[in-house]
Design a binder for this molecule. Structure first.
Ligand SMILES: [Zn+2]
Ligand SMILES: [Zn+2]
Length: 133
């Protein structure tokens, strides 16, 4: 029995390698478990798009155009030696990307947002960026 359980745990570990350590959402819904489109649950409009595999932590607080205040906070393991950077993300084809390794990170749907503040850690280079409107 023990052998079977450890085999199943191993299988689970492999298939769910990116299970977030923290996942909090307030008035918000994600299309996928920890990425893709983020919706305001009051008006059901999209407020941002988060890329799947390029971030280690994402925290986002916003006011939607409909007046609802929402929040999304997702963190994976492995944010130990994080560098904070004041550098702005670069925009490539509507995606905000890490200026160091060009990883696409996030897109904000500015027309549906009154204001927001966001912190994101790039998985590629362990750098934390801040973005706000
Ligand atoms: Zn809304
Ligand atoms: Zn990076």
């Amino acid at each position: 029995m023990a052998a079977i359980n450890s085999y199943l745990n191993m299988r689970r570990g492999m298939t769910m390698a990116r299970t977030p350590k923290i996942k909090e959402t307030v008035n918000s819904r994600l299309l996928k478990d920890y990425a893709s489109w983020i919706y305001c649950t009051s008006c059901n409009k999209t407020v941002a798009y988060l890329c799947y595999v390029t971030y280690d932590a994402f925290s986002f607080e916003y006011t939607c155009n409909c007046g609802s205040k929402g929040k999304v906070h997702i963190e994976f393991d492995g944010n130990v030696n994080v560098d904070k950077s004041d550098t702005l993300l670069i925009e490539v084809k509507n995606r905000l990307c890490c200026p160091k390794d060009k990883s696409p990170l996030v897109t904000f749907v500015n027309k549906n947002l009154i204001d927001y503040k966001c912190h994101i850690i790039c998985k590629g280079c362990s750098t934390e960026y801040s973005i706000s409107k």
